[in-house]
Design a protein around this ligand. Sequence first.
Ligand SMILES: *Cc1c(COP(=O)(O)O)cnc(C)c1O
Length: 372
Amino acid sequence: MTCDVFALANVGVQGLHPYQPGKPIEELQRELGLDNIVKLASNENPLGPSPIAMAAAQASLKQMHLYPDASGFELKKKLAAKLGVGENQFTLGNGSNDVLDLIARTFLGAGSSAVFSQYAFIVYPIAVQAVGARAIVAPAKDWGHDLLEMAAAIEADTKVVFIANPNNPTGNYLDRESLSAFLAKVPEHVIVVLDEAYVEFAGVDDFPDGLTFLNDYPNVIVTRTFSKAYGLAGLRIGYSISSPQIADLLNRVRAPFNVSIPAMSAALAVLDDRDYLQRSQQVNSAGMGQLCAGFDELGLTYIPSVGNFVAVELPCDAVPVYQALLREGVIVRPVGVYQMPNHLRVSIGLEHENARFLSALKKLINEGCFDQ
Ligand SMILES: *Cc1c(COP(=O)(O)O)cnc(C)c1O
């Protein structure tokens, strides 16, 4: 007897495609037998781990036979003191991706909708569709969120709006004034998620700290992560800050032990490693300058970015260029799934990694790789 398991799945799930991660270094090594591969594909921290965080994670392994603290007491206490909010405003996640899923599961389902922008982070449509809700995609403007379109896109059944600030894969951001004006327009029964995965990199004066909106707008949820500027992507830990009422709801849905002991220990430790965060920011801004200067020299346009990555526009389909770069030992990210077929998203690496990428790109241009 055969059973069509596909038909058993929730309708939303049937329409999903698996998330496509950046190609792992080991996989390219196996395929091409290359050493010295440079991966600039997943917005990971090029510094490697913070030694202080690594020591803390290692020490915590003595407790690996125990369940972690389900309440995340110590970490919430430390974050609350650092950010000036209450401990009861946090929801911890297995990466902030987990929190985005919790938000979808808590507020969305069949008969409701969520609004996000064209070119917005790919996890939003996945989270929305998986719970059977309807996705409303607002058209972008200049590759960025168009808040007028987003406000206009809100319908009677809309319960959540997702905003990535800065956005991935485009790297652009919404300034304080425009975001503030948008929040004033959104009905108070619509949750607005401000996804600030790259907030630590956005060193521009008019960049809004999402936390400053929480008092005036109890419908706002700010999500943050240890994956990017803090270099803990592999341990999976992120969190949201919201009203205590929203946090209480999210924590009802949350799996009780969703954050591991090493992840919590490393996060606690890395918060004290100021030097690591500072170096992350310095290496990023230097590398951003290096890559953009390189693109200028090659006559390529790119979307101005305040994240730890930049989307460069090619005069041709980006996939063959991506593949040719792989053969040069450089992994970047094609963004066709975002309907950006001519862009490559390049994460900011160390100086020598950025240089490797730029010289491989230059070589391909000289070899006529763009003349498809
Ligand atoms: C990387 C990223 C995240 C979160 O990643 P986690 O590792 O799950 O914390 C969230 N939002 C955006 C826009 C991202 O790029």
